[in-house]
Design a protein around this ligand. Sequence first.
Ligand SMILES: Nc1ncnc2c1ncn2[C@@H]1O[C@H](COP(=O)(O)OP(=O)(O)OP(=O)(O)O)[C@@H](O)[C@H]1O
Ligand SMILES: CC(C)(CO)[C@@H](O)C(=O)NCCC(=O)O
Ligand SMILES: [K+]
Length: 249
Amino acid sequence: MILELDCGNSFIKWRVIHVTDAAIESGGIVDSDQALVAEVAALASVRLTGCRIVSVRSEDETDALCALISRAFAVQALVAHPAREMAGVRNGYDDYQRLGMDRWLAALGAFHLARGACLVIDLGTAAKADFVAADGEHLGGYICPGMPLMRSQLRTHTRRIRYDDASAERALTSLAPGRSTVEAVERGCVLMLQGFARTQLDQARALWGEDFAVFLTGGDAPLVREAVPQARVVPDLVFVGLAMACPLD
Ligand SMILES: Nc1ncnc2c1ncn2[C@@H]1O[C@H](COP(=O)(O)OP(=O)(O)OP(=O)(O)O)[C@@H](O)[C@H]1O
Ligand SMILES: CC(C)(CO)[C@@H](O)C(=O)NCCC(=O)O
Ligand SMILES: [K+]
């Protein structure tokens, strides 16, 4: 079995898949390297034969995680690296090594699934959009603060915005104008995310008419789902690209 890791800025998403058919054995989301090892080690009847990683963390942090995995599970982790071109997609950055690996792999995964022009909207700690044309040219994209960053900036830079996580969750049962601080902030930030997603759709239409696919991924994808009904929600999109960039057999 293979351990797959997507190391974002706030969380590590992990999956254990079977080598032969890529069937998912198990998976989860954790907030530290130690929690990751604990969760994976707790899986009965899983014997790992390989590991592949995509990380947007520093090289030191990624190396430390690889060393930990090697000690805990006796497998060598394969780390995805930037490429100018892969699987028919050409990196659109002036300096291809600067494009975030999560964005690059999501773009590879999306182009593979769409077999044509596609827009990827990834809503995590940061909100990202990337455009890949029908000929595989990555046109670039956009990066904005995601839900966690918008929320924490407001909390940090104002004195009277304070609320707990439970009331934040309750506030999102509707998007009507807020009648309390928590409703006003939480709903306002969701509307910002939805506006981001709709604007990306407008951009894609200006480029390609109606001839493109939209993919929605990242932990906060459900918050904009209704704003972009034509989008395919693919929570594992980065893993699709990771398997392409780091084949293991
Ligand atoms: N089970 C979950 N665990 C943690 N966060 C979740 C979960 N479900 C949804 N979320 C939301 O997903 C968001 C984080 O998304 P994601 O895990 O894609 O971020 P990330 O990969 O750490 O960030 P980035 O990709 O921008 O580096 C948070 O706003 C969080 O509230
Ligand atoms: C934008 C983030 C932080 C999103 O995870 C990541 O893709 C990243 O660190 N990118 C490097 C900068 C860039 O993509 O231009
Ligand atoms: K991510």
